[in-house]
Write a protein that binds this ligand. Structure first.
Ligand SMILES: [Zn+2]
Length: 119
């Protein structure tokens, strides 16, 4: 995951972030300003590995197969196989999973997420 950048509200320098769950302690190396925050979106804090599992479709379209191939890096045959037989597509953290879900939905691909995805 990319690290977020935090800018000091007093002097505009980039702050040093030290993460002590559930708090984030920010210190400015320039002026010494300190901020502690625990206000996070739950999804940012979620360290769960979620798995996207494709639901089998009897006749995956070429479009769907190509999408899976691009999406996952699988070749055409394996992409077709995962669509027609179902199976695990990928495992990732909540923030990444959320992005990928929207792509899969756009491509009209049916899937389930394990464990239940609360976001
Ligand atoms: Zn500062």
């Amino acid at each position: 995951m990319e690290e977020n950048k935090y800018i000091c509200p007093k002097c505009g320098s980039e702050m040093i972030a030290i993460y002590e769950k559930p708090a984030l302690n920010l210190t400015c190396p320039n002026c010494g300003c300190k901020i502690t925050t625990t206000k996070w979106d739950d999804i940012d804090l979620d360290d769960t590995d979620f798995e996207i599992i494709i639901e089998p479709v009897s006749n995956p379209s070429i479009k769907q197969i190509k999408f899976i191939s691009n999406f996952s890096g699988l070749n055409f045959i394996n992409s077709k196989k995962i669509l027609s037989e179902g199976g695990s597509l990928l495992i990732d953290k909540a923030v990444e999973i959320k992005e990928k879900i929207s792509l899969l939905k756009k491509a009209d691909i049916r899937f389930i997420i394990s464990p239940d995805f609360p976001y």
